[in-house]
Design a protein around this ligand. Structure first.
Ligand code: FES
Length: 171
């Protein structure tokens, strides 16, 4: 298992380093590079984020901010479950921040991270285009409308009850 993870990490780093060869280290090229990584790897392992931060002279936090802001980027494509909480203006005024905090509390992770044990990723996304039914949460592609704090516990319980012991996030 350790060998498998190491191989994946080395592969991700090799791909990222290869992509960087064709890109000058200017800040304006960062988004282009991130799209290239998304296209080639399908997600962003931490070491690739750190490599990009060093190469483009930005903080890892800034890169994680970009990755969680744009839904086109996946922090971990291999997680069994993905939770996206809309933080657009309409959802925000209807309490999406408290909803995100409750997900964080129940899962023990912050937005942009994933629970390796339960194989669940938690992300914030911008307006999903359905503001009238906000606050909106998307779980594994399924939209949940007008979500309240009580429902979050049910959502998390449903995901963890359905998990299989051999489903883990790949890093
Ligand atoms: S702000 Fe959440 S769907 Fe538009």
């Amino acid at each position: 298992m350790i060998e498998k993870v190491t191989i994946k990490k080395n592969h991700a780093r090799q791909v990222a380093e290869s992509l960087l060869k064709g890109i000058s280290p200017e800040r304006k090229n960062l988004i282009f590079f991130l799209h290239q990584v998304q296209n080639h790897l399908g997600y962003f392992p931490e070491e690739v984020v750190l490599l990009a931060a060093q190469y483009f002279s930005v903080s890892p936090a800034e890169i994680f901010g970009i990755l969680t802001f744009y839904s086109a980027f996946k922090l971990n494509q291999s997680c069994a479950h993905h939770i996206k909480v809309c933080q657009g203006t309409a959802c925000h005024v209807r309490g999406s921040e408290a909803i995100m905090k409750e997900f964080s509390r129940l899962l023990g992770i912050e937005a942009g991270d994933y629970d390796r044990q339960k194989s669940i990723s938690l992300e914030t996304v911008n307006c999903l285009g359905c503001c009238a039914i906000g606050p909106v949460v998307v779980v594994d592609g399924q939209y949940h409308a007008r979500v309240n704090l009580k429902e979050i516990e049910k959502i998390v319980a449903g995901l963890t009850a359905g998990e299989k012991s051999d489903e883990t996030c790949e890093i």
